[in-house]
Design a protein around this ligand. Sequence first.
Ligand code: FAD
Length: 512
Amino acid sequence: MKIIRNDNPVLIVGAGPVGMLTALELSLFGIETRIISKHPRYSPHSKATIIWPRVLEILSRTGVSNRIIETGHYFDQMNYYSNKKMIGNIRFDRLKYTNYRYGITIPQWKTERILEDRLNESGVFIEYGCEFIDGYNDNDVVNVTLQDNVGHIYHESYPWVIGADGYSSRVRECLGFGFDGYQMETRLAITDAELVSESTSREVGYYLHRSGNMVLAPIGDGLFRVGASVPTNYTGEINRQFFNKLLNDRVPGNKTLGHMNFCGIFNAHVRSASSYRSQNVFLVGDAAHVMSPSGAQGMNSGFQDAVNLSWKLAGVIRNEYDSSLLESYSTERMNGIKRTSKLSTFLANVSLYKKLPAIFTRDFAFRIVSRTGIVDRFITPRIAQIDIPHGELSEGITKLESGRRIPLEWNKSTLSPHLSLTKHTIFFWPGNHYIYSEWVKYFNSATKTVIGANLVNLSGKVLGFIKDLLPANSVCIIVRPDGFISDLVDINGISSNEVFNILNKKINQQPV
Ligand SMILES: Cc1cc2nc3c(=O)[nH]c(=O)nc-3n(C[C@H](O)[C@H](O)[C@H](O)COP(=O)(O)OP(=O)(O)OC[C@H]3O[C@@H](n4cnc5c(N)ncnc54)[C@H](O)[C@@H]3O)c2cc1C
């Protein structure tokens, strides 16, 4: 069998939203990819409909978030009702440390269209009708078997392969990753439909009831995503009558469905691959993990995978970083998925309580945490995905720490410092009290000695969201291209040469 070495360094298998964002991110770093998809993209099912604040931030890197915001529907609160009475809410307009104090609802097919447009503008085109059949790691390459839409088989090798081929990932199967987890008991029914006599609003409503839950989310064009848990013993059809009955049982007011775009029923799964990397093969998106749709976090989490992986892989391909850095993709993202999936499962479980004491306790607790600011501090930032730290760090943004997202963006702004898209950014913070001339000398000498990063002197600058998080003493804050803090280097009592040496090693991912 003759294996032809392909010129592209990276093969992306799957052109769903996550595969497309991965290709776009890699293109930012000048890395060419080949992206293939077994199926044509368009699906009438809206699937993922919510884009969370952190994901709007990261999508701004590739010019996607503005288009999502223009095309989608704004909402800034999720209101929770129990037995048709409001018990509390989750207010995104109260979020701290982000400019996106709202979410956007948008059908997944529109998000995919925007991503594909951006991809084409970057000179990358999806090869539809091309299927990944088989593959294995072979020393420093991955040998793959592909089949085109007229049945021709090709044997090729690539330095790197990214499996973005969704829940039934063939890449995952061929490379022998496990995919442990379970199927959730409750079936879910969804439709995108008009709601008679309901004006679209900026509220997503969650309706909890002994008979099950229901969600109504405006998604633009006068339509709502209507989702509901299916009663356990229900064997009838999922149609207008079914939804109208549940609206009547679970939702206040007299709401009924108008025009329905489609409807469907499915079983959710909670699963994660045993690792997200096997030598030169990576898994991203649903190929790596699936979770309860109750938190609406699946695609959003896949987008976080794409951004976490791309700068590392690009740096390794460009010989800027040691390949050992790539292992951190798997550990960081598996940790992030564990946190997000746990939250989604929790939200699903508590919304399905049937026994009165449990319902009473849940509603009472939610009223308290909603009114005392606990939701604002600990729950909202997690749902918004702005607070998913790496490693063992606990949630709650109180200071700048290694492993946390820095609350800054990549776009230039007069309101705050900004990050470099493709390099590490090192912020030189002089502390609250310093001698200006000495600090300027120090910074100038850093710019001549520290190579390969974007150096920013914070002295006298507008500091945006980091203003209250900076320490009193001088420090260098190293931020990765994906917006996570990699290190804080205390520069007090250390010679400048030693500091610059440490910084050079850190940004080149070498042991210090
Ligand atoms: C009803 C529902 C509601 C949801 N709601 C939300 C939500 O509100 N928020 C949220 O974040 N997420 C939500 N999700 C999850 C979200 O839809 C998925 O997480 C998302 O589609 C995953 O994207 P992906 O790119 O990883 O995979 P997919 O979208 O599954 O794309 C897989 C791609 O791989 C291709 N492919 C597959 N096999 C092969 C092969 N062998 N060779 C070549 N190509 C192949 C396919 O053609 C496709 O292009 C929801 C899901 C469902 C079902």
